[in-house]
Design a binder for this molecule. Structure first.
Ligand code: NAI
Ligand code: MG
Length: 332
């Protein structure tokens, strides 16, 4: 039976990087069936919603989905971010963001970390309101035992699978005594089930500083939603930037893989969009569905392109998105 893969091109450079990834997937010896589904501002203009139910249903009945990026205009009343909504509706509770050195002069060497970010609650729970005639704005930060337990267990499980020795639990429990306090307490409990892995605690501001000072010290970081969002963007800057940063959104019933970058409107149609982030997200998807050999081939093809300077302008090269895609395909 072929793998059912949903492609979610989205807006801006999303369709360009997703088309590139589809070509690379078709060049691998895999039996896959691709279906495109709508998401983003273009979908809103065509269908009246940035996230049609049909898209959610398609992802639920697939083996995995590969998502490009969307444009989220700030000033449309009633509009919502389909990315945050998709993660909540599909309960994609684990956002995995690996940061690894690449063979490129702009990359610091010796970095290989995985940031595990809670993806469905915290400050992005979506509970916001205005009071006092709009002069007081309130966001509720919701942290649950269930939400904390499953993300912390996920981080320790991934650490165990990868033979890692330590997990940093990042929080701000000295100030956010209830919410971060609960997250921390659950972490201390869960860590007992993994005696071979050392649990280290770090306050989020210290972590931001330590990431700049000595990123090599981190193996696995687990943290709440907003902290993870910020720290993972920070981390990717040591290893080539947004053009090469990939992520996974994993739930019990569905999974969506995506580049970390957005729709990059100025790059649309210029051929300057680096497809590497989406290729690395594709490799994560292949690993997730168990096609580890194809994933390894894809990773080594990408690394060899980067090492030989066959890259897009953001990494100092002269290739277009299409040309770099061809170079990767040749190596498969
Ligand atoms: P962005 O990630 O689109 O761009 C930030 C910077 O990185 C720009 O200088 C851009 O040229 C560069 N860049 C991004 N992707 C690149 C690639 N593949 N190759 C080379 N350079 C690349 O973030 P920005 O400009 O803040 O947001 C643009 C739009 O994207 C907004 O509407 C925002 O809401 C949306 N967005 C969507 C995300 C998603 O779909 N997951 C994530 C972040 C932003
Ligand atoms: Mg972000």
């Amino acid at each position: 039976m072929p793998y059912k893969i949903i492609l979610l091109p989205g807006d801006g450079i999303g369709p360009e990087v997703i088309a590139a990834a589809e070509q690379v997937l078709r060049a691998l010896p895999l039996d896959m069936e691709f279906t495109r589904a709508e998401i983003g501002f273009g979908a809103y203009e065509r269908l009246g919603t940035p996230l049609p139910d049909s898209t959610l249903d398609a992802i639920r009945s697939s083996h995995a989905a590969l998502f490009g990026a969307v444009t989220t205009p700030p000033n449309i009343p009633g509009y919502f971010s389909p990315v945050v909504r998709m993660r909540q509706k599909l309960d994609l509770y684990a956002n995995l963001r690996p940061t690894r050195s690449i063979p490129h002069p702009s990359s610091r060497p010796g970095i290989d970390m995985l940031l595990v970010r809670e993806n469905t609650e915290g400050l992005y729970s979506g509970v916001e309101r205005l009071e006092d005639d709009g002069n007081r704005a309130i966001t509720e930060r919701i942290i649950t035992r269930k939400g904390s337990e499953r993300i912390i267990r996920k981080a320790f499980d991934l650490a165990r699978q990868a033979g890692r020795n330590k997990v940093h639990v990042v929080h701000k429990a000295n100030v956010l005594r209830q919410t971060c306090g609960l997250f921390r307490a659950v972490a201390l409990e869960v860590a007992k089930e993994y005696p071979e892995i050392e649990m280290l605690e770090m306050l989020v501001d210290t972590c931001a500083m330590e990431l700049v000072r000595a990123p090599e010290q981190f193996e696995v970081i687990v943290t709440t939603n907003l902290f993870g969002d910020i720290l993972s963007d920070e981390a990717c800057m040591f290893v080539g930037g947004l053009g090469v940063a990939a992520s996974a959104n994993i739930g019990a019933q569905a999974s969506v893989f995506e580049p970390v970058h957005g729709s990059a409107p100025p790059l649309v149609g210029t051929g300057k969009a680096n497809p590497t982030a989406t290729f690395l997200a594709t490799a994560m998807m292949l690993e997730h569905i168990g096609e580890t050999e194809s994933a390894a081939h894809l990773r080594s093809a990408i690394e060899s392109c980067i090492a030989e300077g066959q890259v897009t302008p953001d990494l100092g090269g002269t290739l277009t998105t299409t040309e770099m895609t061809e170079k990767v395909k040749c190596r498969l």
